[in-house]
Design a protein around this ligand. Structure first.
Ligand code: CMP
Length: 137
């Protein structure tokens, strides 16, 4: 059993497709172990994406992530990290396989509907960033 962090980004929340995205996870063997809708502050977004601080897109990424509420989730299941990334599709929706979340709901590499942890180690850190132990069950 593995856990991973998923974020439904402001573009997908604004499109009112939270339920449709959650259904992709639940229909494919992942369980929602924790979930909350929240508005990130500038400091939240900067800290969460600190690994990208030196990348040219960092400023735009932070601006986008605070442009509206997000839904953060802990997904649990067998190979949850890889499974979630498979369901999301490529970072750039133009390159995402047909039937993936990003192919179906995302517009651009910035507004790409969802985030998912890229390793079990990062998943642990990202989950701790958003959730206390008693919020995960
Ligand atoms: P995400 O999986 O949330 O991780 C970092 C985000 O930066 C990524 O999704 C994209 O939305 C955004 N981003 C913008 N430009 C790029 C880029 N050139 N390469 C990778 N990520 C990018």
């Amino acid at each position: 059993m593995e856990s991973t962090l998923s974020i439904i980004k402001p573009d997908a929340v604004a499109k009112n497709v939270i339920g449709k995205i959650v259904d992709r996870f639940e229909s494919n063997g992942l369980r929602i172990a924790a979930m909350k809708k929240m508005q990130l502050s500038v400091d939240d977004a900067k800290a969460f994406y600190i690994v990208h601080a030196s990348r040219p897109f960092y400023g735009e990424l932070v601006k986008f992530m605070i442009s509206g509420p997000v839904v953060v989730m802990v997904l649990e299941g067998e190979n949850a990290v890889a499974k979630n990334r498979e369901l999301m599709g490529a970072t750039n929706p133009k390159e995402a396989l047909k039937g993936t979340i990003r192919a179906d709901f995302a517009e651009s590499i910035d507004a790409n509907a969802v985030h998912g942890s890229d390793s079990a180690e990062n998943a642990k850190n990202e989950i701790e960033f958003f959730f206390s132990r008693r919020e995960i069950n």
